[in-house]
Design a protein around this ligand. Sequence first.
Ligand code: FMN
Ligand code: SF4
Length: 454
Amino acid sequence: MPDTLTIPSSPAQPGGSPAAGGGGLPRLLPPAGAAPADLRAHLARHGALRYAGGRGRLTGEVAAAGLTGRGGAAFPVARKLAAAAGARPAPVAVGNGAEGEPASSKDASLLWLSPHLVLDGLQLAAEAAGAPSAVLYLRPGQRLHARLAQAIAERAAAGIDAVGVALVRAPDRFLAGEESALASRLAGRPALPAYRPARGLPRLAPARSALVQNVETLAHLALIARHGAGWFRQAGTAAEPGSMLVTLHLPDGHTTVAEVPLGIALADLLGLAAGQPGSGEPGVSCGPVPVQAVLVGGYHGTWLPAAQAARLPLANAMLRPLGAAVGAGVVAALPAGRCGLAETARVARYLALESAGQCGPCFNGLPRIAAALGHLAGSRPDRRAVTDLERWAGLVTGRGACHHPDGSVRFVRSALRAFAAEIGLHEAGRCSGTDPRPFLPLPADPPSSDADWS
Ligand SMILES: Cc1cc2nc3c(=O)[nH]c(=O)nc-3n(C[C@H](O)[C@H](O)[C@H](O)COP(=O)(O)O)c2cc1C
Ligand code: SF4
């Protein structure tokens, strides 16, 4: 993964006021144009963090706030904090900043711009769990690592932290941030998902568990501790309160990170409007660029036809019945003129190479699925490839130790639906793609694998 960061752009900041203490947005990121926050700027904006001491602190407030994890699964944070508070011996508190998803850069942006908010949240999580120590698990990148090391040193000099924080570098793999892979890495082993994940909190050692929260979740925790549940609920919906960071891939090729209220209309988020400019035909466009489909939830997420996406909010309540989810906030608007099948085949091949190779259905199934998709993306494919794909997808689903095969298959199946017309075109020897450049981002150096691709 490149050592680059996406700096948030001001237009994608729906919600108005930059006041951190109010319900307005941005809450987590500095106002547009402001410099990344050092400790002095952080304390001037947010005020000091007060510790009340003791396990279980904050859990009630977090439950009232309705905060859910921002690492992808939207698990209620209060439930995890309560489990951690009851664990003996006390778990290690871990901030998960691995951000293995190549299309996401919201965690790196947050860590770069607001490192002390994440570190505040990590201290609070440690306190709630009675943790003796804390770890910040960071995605690759020398600059980011150095910046966090500096922030931790600033806090040590100011004497504001209750527990020490160790930095651990995550490997540059899609699965590195999966909870059991993270636990394996912290235990000194390769960052592979556990073949049989333990129930409850992941274990670093037989006697020591870990409380793992995404770094954005921790930053929200730091603000709830300061401003309370009522303040948190001033953004978002009653069922899905608060704001979240999103990584937007706009059809003109720009990528930006924004903080938005949960429940925001995808049309507002992406600037989608009805009508294909200049064509007189119905459709959806973003400014002058026609949009054919929207990927919601990243590479374990779901393609939706643009017209359908334009009617939906960024909310699990509406997305889940369609087999989609907000995930970790990756939203990509694919412009017309790019082949959706080719895009999906490229990413599916990457996902297959990222299989940890421990479970047969995943190790054998994902390469076959990727190859069949590559066939469909070619000229005059055999229609039976669609049937094969559906069959293999069914065989793989639910058969892995981790969610990688399920997420990958969800992504592929959604492409078969969203790009059904494109499949027909390819069967006729045609393709709607006029621009061969890749749209969805992938690492510059793809992972290597011994899998047979022939
Ligand atoms: C394949 C896979 C990859 C994941 N990668 C990440 C990641 O990079 N960062 C992250 O915070 N969570 C990731 N998760 C989710 C973690 O397992 C875990 O649920 C999360 O870190 C818990 O934090 P949260 O409850 O605050 O979201 C991943 C999950 C899966 C299945
Ligand atoms: S399901 Fe796939 S990625 Fe997950 S542990 Fe098994 S082989 Fe590895």
